[in-house]
Design a protein around this ligand. Structure first.
Ligand SMILES: [Fe+2]
Length: 379
């Protein structure tokens, strides 16, 4: 029996393209059909109407369990409905339901995204499903996951158990961006199940008026006897350090309104898992006007004061936000908050970030949908 065992799910949306991925139980062909759609009134559940002349069919290479098909020549911020179809070597066919997707918004259009992490079984497995369900209700344009999405990234079963199964419904409509935590283990599965530009463990993209840069902090730090030790990669001259410096320097010319960086190991948190060594990246981020940094690793929520050069800078400092989402355990905090801590709470949560021109609003929301922290920045 040929089945779809992961997805379909979405990756790397641009204004005119998006990647559709799925996994089948056996090698099979890779076909996606899609069309532009309009909403129509059709009873209580609502519905959509296919614009027949926009119907397209794209064939991927096939002959594999792991399918990636790029839909291109799409229109910006436009809804399409898509379906994936695979035919196995013995003629068995399997197809998904029809799901909506949306291409990336234009530069001036407001948008929102969600942030969560630590779904790798550090709290309860149930948290993951509940958090992804809560996120669905806010209908973000995409989701950022700053690492530890699985318990052991080199174990194939983990990806379904912790990420693709609890996130199944959300991921059919909502692309996610993952960066590596220590629990992804830099495994081949991370690269197989995502679709980011080479080298894949660090990358950047624009969405609306905002620039996002994802880093692989596990390439910057190694743990020896439980102690974080900086690697050569954390020094100027290394491939990833220079990528960050060049990438942020480019934004000075391209002029995005907001700059957001995310990576796993937190430079600032009042919990035990702070990795102060990661502050080596702060000067380059400060120089190029980064607004927000998202981290995880410590399984709490924590928002720092605005910081420059390791000091309070209310005017133009970077705010570091620990979004340890699904793991949250209260005993991961020190008894007293650190000087850099503005707000902290250890409950399972996710973040909703809304960007509308020069206004950025951040909401921290718990499993019950209860708002417990907000931040508003304006330019
Ligand atoms: Fe971690």
């Amino acid at each position: 029996m040929l089945n779809i065992v992961k997805g379909p799910y979405l990756q790397w949306p641009t204004q005119d393209s998006i990647k559709v991925m799925w996994e089948t139980s056996q090698p099979a062909s890779s076909t996606v059909t899609y069309s532009r759609t309009q909403r129509v009134h059709s009873g209580l559940s609502g519905g959509f109407h296919t614009l027949e002349d926009s119907k397209r069919k794209v064939e991927g290479d096939g002959g594999t369990e792991f399918h990636t098909v790029t839909l291109d020549n799409l229109d910006p911020e436009t809804t399409y409905h898509y379906q994936v179809i695979s035919t196995g070597e013995d003629g068995d066919e399997t197809s998904s339901q029809v799901y909506p997707l949306q291409t990336a918004v234009r530069e001036e259009t407001p948008f929102s995204f969600a942030v969560t992490s630590e779904t790798g079984g550090f709290g309860s497995d149930d948290f993951n499903r509940e958090i992804f369900e809560q996120i669905s209700r806010y209908r973000p344009n995409f989701l950022l996951i700053p690492g530890d999405s699985v318990s052991r990234g080199s174990r194939y079963e983990d990806w379904s158990r912790y990420l693709f199964s609890p996130g199944r419904t959300l991921f059919t409509t909502t692309p996610f961006y993952l960066c590596q935590g220590n629990h992804e283990e830099n495994s081949s599965w991370y690269y197989r199940f995502t679709s980011f530009p080479e080298p894949g463990n660090y990358y950047s993209f624009d969405y609306g008026n905002t620039h996002f840069t994802a880093l692989d902090s596990t390439a910057f730090i190694e743990y020896r006897d439980g102690k974080p030790i900086p690697r050569e990669e954390l020094k100027p001259g290394s491939a990833q350090y220079e990528f960050l410096a060049d990438d942020l320097a480019k934004t000075e010319e391209t002029g995005q309104t907001w700059k957001i960086v995310y990576f796993h190991y937190p430079p600032y948190v009042s919990g035990d898992y702070q990795v102060e060594e990661m502050r080596a990246l702060s000067p380059v981020m400060e120089r190029h006007g980064v607004d927000l940094v998202f981290n995880s690793h410590t399984i709490v929520y924590e928002r720092s004061h605005p910081l420059t050069a390791n000091r309070l800078d209310e005017k133009s400092g970077i705010i570091y936000i620990l979004a340890g989402g699904a793991g949250a355990k209260h005993d991961w905090f020190h008894h007293k908050q650190s000087w850099h801590t503005a707000k902290s709470l250890a409950v399972p949560h996710f973040l909703q970030v809304i960007i509308a021109g020069g206004t950025l609003e951040l909401h921290a929301i718990d499993l019950n949908g209860q708002l417990f922290d907000t931040l508003k920045l304006t330019k």
